[in-house]
Design a binder for this molecule. Structure first.
Ligand SMILES: Nc1nc2c(ncn2[C@@H]2O[C@H](COP(=O)(O)OP(=O)(O)O)[C@@H](O)[C@H]2O)c(=O)[nH]1
Ligand SMILES: [Mg+2]
Length: 191
C-alpha cells in the first residue's frame, strides 16, 4: 500500500489483515517500512498483536528482501509504507526502490475521497512512477460528495479494490459494487 500521508493506509491494512485472518482463515504477514514517523511502526505492531499475526519492521531495501523471504510461506504479505508527498522527488525515489525490491503482486494506491478531484488525479500521476495496479478510496464517511470517485476512475482507468467507510477496525471496509456506487452518487435524501 502506497499513498500520501494520513489517508488510512495502516488502518486499511489492519482491517484487511483482521478480516482475512478471522473470516478467511488465511495466514498473513505484515511488513512496515514506516520508520519515518515516531510511533508509526508501533501503530501496526499493536494491530498485529491484537490480531495475533507476525510483523517485521524494515529500515532499508536489503532488509525488505529478508523480511519477504522470512514470510515466504504466508498466504499473503501486506507491506505498509510511510506516507509520501507526491511532489517530494527524494521520497518518491526511496519508495520506488522499496517497490522494485519487493516485486509485489499488487501495488495499491490509497487515496482519501475528501481530497479534491484534480489533486487526486495529480497524486495518481506522481505515484504511478512506482507502478500502480489498483486504488482504494478511504473516508467515504467524511463526505457527501462522491463524484470524485467517478472523475478519478474515468481519468486513471484502474480498478477500485476497496472503499473504507470509517475508523473501526475491522468493520469499516467494503468491496465496491457498481449498484452501491450508483446509489451513492444518485442519493437524493441528503443524508
Ligand atoms: N473517517 C475515517 N477515518 C479513517 C478511515 N480510514 C482511516 N481513518 C483515520 O485516518 C487517520 C489516519 O489513518 P492511518 O491509517 O494512520 O493513515 P496512514 O498515514 O495513511 O497510514 C486515523 O485517524 C484513522 O482512524 C475512514 O475510512 N474513515
Ligand atoms: Mg501509516
Amino acid at each position: 500500500m502506497v499513498g500520501p500521508t494520513g489517508v488510512g493506509k495502516t488502518t486499511t491494512i489492519a482491517k484487511l489483515a483482521a478480516n482475512m485472518t478471522f473470516l478467511e482463515n488465511r495466514d498473513i504477514g505484515l511488513i512496515t517500512l514506516d520508520t519515518y514517523r515516531i510511533s508509526a511502526a508501533e501503530q501496526l505492531r499493536t494491530f498485529a498483536e491484537i490480531i495475533g499475526i507476525s510483523i517485521s519492521v524494515v529500515f532499508n531495501p536489503a532488509d525488505l528482501c529478508h523480511a519477504i523471504d522470512k514470510f515466504k510461506n504466508k498466504d499473503l504479505i501486506f507491506v505498509d509504507t510511510a506516507g509520501r508527498s507526491p511532489y517530494n522527488r527524494q521520497q518518491m525515489e526511496e519508495l520506488k526502490e522499496f517497490v522494485q525490491v519487493a516485486k509485489p503482486d499488487e501495488t495499491i494506491l490509497v487515496l482519501s475521497i475528501t481530497t479534491e478531484s484534480s489533486d487526486l488525479i495529480n497524486m495518481y500521476q506522481e505515484f504511478s512512477t512506482v507502478g500502480i495496479d489498483k486504488v482504494i478510496f478511504t473516508k467515504l464517511d467524511e463526505t457527501r460528495h462522491y463524484g470524485p470517485i467517478i472523475n478519478v476512475i474515468q481519468e486513471i482507468n484502474k480498478p477500485i479494490a476497496y472503499f473504507t467507510t470509517g475508523q473501526n477496525v475491522p468493520d469499516d471496509i467494503e468491496v465496491p459494487n457498481s449498484f452501491k456506487l450508483a446509489h451513492l452518487l444518485l442519493r437524493r435524501d441528503g443524508a
